[in-house]
Design a protein. Structure first.
Length: 260
């Protein structure tokens, strides 16, 4: 079947449809679908995790590209009940990007192009990981998500940092710890690199809270100016830019081997 009215419920899915050359078939995307720029002009159907089902139905889609968690929320069941075909993609990790691209390629009958894109991304990510192991040291990294959340041991960002030869300095902090305790532990661990979500207000608020402590000026990250904003969308979306995001993170953690 040739689908001509597609609604995407995730930025990674939107990016994939455009990468496959079928952006003109999208009739609805989420509020967070901001890439490529053309995606901003498409009708919005709500948030990534809070899509408006009535709005989706009003667009008369013949295909909805959803994420696995939309199924547990009952959203895809409701859409299927209305006769709309839904394709579920993985939200688990950016390393699922090739798999997601192939799945969308199958549904949109452009599998060969999808396979080529997926293979290129997979090879690039493998090369990045292979280069990361050449680093002679492990960098102490702190990633600030927002005022109540850093990169906990269980989150994807923590796993990425460890895979790229970094040490997540907040890996042992309890996820329900108070803000003051979190900040004290970050400083005590003397991070060599501090990252925050660029353009995300809550992440920048936490950065200011950490930097506002006089003790922070004694950390290696502060003394060497190793405090950088990172576009979270690049490392959180399992889509066509996954390798780009992985490389951006790798260059910050180990510039000596990546030429950052």
């Amino acid at each position: 079947m040739r689908y001509s009215r597609i609604v995407s419920l995730a930025p990674s899915n939107t990016e994939t449809v455009f990468a496959l050359g079928m952006g003109d078939r999208l009739v609805g995307v989420t509020d967070y679908c901001n890439y490529p720029p053309e995606a901003k002009l498409i009708e919005k159907v709500g948030g990534f995790s809070t899509p408006d089902v009535e709005k989706i139905l009003s667009l008369s889609p013949d295909l909805v590209l959803a994420m696995d968690f939309h199924e547990s929320m009952g959203i895809t069941e409701e859409l299927v009940g209305k006769g709309i075909h839904c394709c579920l993609l993985s939200s688990e990790f950016i390393f699922k990007a090739p798999q997601n691209i192939i799945e969308i390629g199958k549904v949109l009958s452009c599998l060969e192009k999808a396979l080529n894109i997926a293979e290129e991304i997979e090879q690039k990510m493998k090369n990045i990981l292979d280069t990361a192991v050449l680093a002679s040291n492990r960098t102490r990294v702190c990633y600030l998500c927002d005022i109540a959340c850093t990169a906990w041991r269980s989150c994807h960002m923590s796993k990425l940092m460890e895979m790229l030869g970094g040490v997540n300095v907040v890996r042992d902090i309890a996820e329900n710890a108070a803000e003051d305790a979190i900040i004290k532990e970050i400083i005590a661990q003397n991070p060599q690199l501090v990252l925050y979500s660029k353009g995300y207000d809550k992440s920048e608020e936490l950065l200011l809270a950490v930097m506002g402590r006089p003790e922070f000026k004694r950390t290696d990250a502060y003394r060497k100016g190793n405090i950088y904003g990172l576009k979270a969308e690049l490392i959180c979306r399992p889509g066509p830019r996954a390798a780009e995001g992985l490389e951006a993170l790798a260059r910050l953690i180990h510039p000596e081997v990546f030429g950052g």
